[in-house]
Design a protein around this ligand. Sequence first.
Ligand code: T4K
Length: 373
Amino acid sequence: MNAFEYPIYVTRPMLANLEEVNQEIHEIWESKWLTNGGAKHQKLEEELKNILKVPSLSLFNNGTIALIVAIQSLRLSGEVITTPFTFPATPHVLPWNDITPIFCDIDENTLTLDAEKLEKMITPKTTGILGVHVYGMPCNVTKIQEIADKYGLRVIYDAAHAFGTEINGVGIGTFGDISMFSFHSTKLFHTLEGGALTFNDPHLKPRIDLLKNFGIKNEEEVIMPGINGKMNEVQASIGLINLRYIEAEREKRRKIVNTYKENLAGMLGIQVFEIPDGIKNSYQYFVIRVGKDFGHSRDEVHEHLKKYNVFTRKYFYPLCSDYSCYKQLPSSKPENLSVAHKIVKEVLCLPLYGDLSLNDVKTICTMIKDLNK
Ligand code: T4K
């Protein structure tokens, strides 16, 4: 089999039509209002509230700053329990708030925090739980909330991958105290760079909006040590345009995922993660688990596909608990994180984006199959 003539990456951004971009930019130029909560920003906040089915939302310049602000806004301190199986941004926001991350193992089916093991990690210093709906697969939100209520903890969800995920028709951004969405270019819905916090308590909005704007209350008062987390008007415009096409993009991705599933079905040792009934898939990533029965390791599949110009990603290898900055933590001991250590060597994200052709998807599946020829 020949290699693709063009590189196929794990994802490609949705690219807005340039005429529509020009029209939006023209309006921004006319208004001479480029950032600091302009008209496009207001409009995008309103539209996203409807689409994500959340009562309150604040836009940000990226998801990481949004998460830092979420923690500040709830005044978390001491220790926060989180997952080692995530992008570095998740645990990093904790030391940025002078908080120690406590790593808890993950569930083998959802790859999210194992709610059964969570309770044992709570100490008198614990103030919160930071779960990640990794690859858009929801955490066990019911059990996590039960534990949080029992111990008086706050819950923040990193929903960076979960744009549009719903549990029985309820927006994923309504669970816990605050959820963070990333609108980075690699995300299904993007604003070039960007992000948002969503929350049920409307009283959080003024505090979050102050924290993202240096803590400036008015011309004469600065009332808290805020940061610059503002989304500008060009970012917001790209978001407004992308929202027009988001369902079409999701539909294309749905077909791609089904094509992968059909063509990988019956391949011994290759497991596809099924989204449980009642869950609306975000279609952010398509992930396989390469088990021993396949006869080749996940790393071998990754390297094999590279030869054919297909660049899969080993998200999220290495585990955050293995980073030099966290390795010395008692909770980072591999024996506490046995499932995460197994999973992180076996999962692989295959290319998924609307412009990927179904023929290319079939070819990628054949390339995987051919490893065993
Ligand atoms: N929490 C979680 C769970 C996250 O996954 C992330 C971000 C965050 C928090 C933080 O949110 P932000 O602060 O970023 O809003 C990418 C993204 O940069 C990152 O946002 C994302 N997670 C992560 C999972 O993926 P890399 O290091 O893999 O990006 P990169 O540059 O290698 O891009 C991946 C592929 O995408 C490339 O091989 C090709 C394609 N690509 C990428 C870019 C940037 C394009 O085709 N065009 C582009 O402009 O982190």
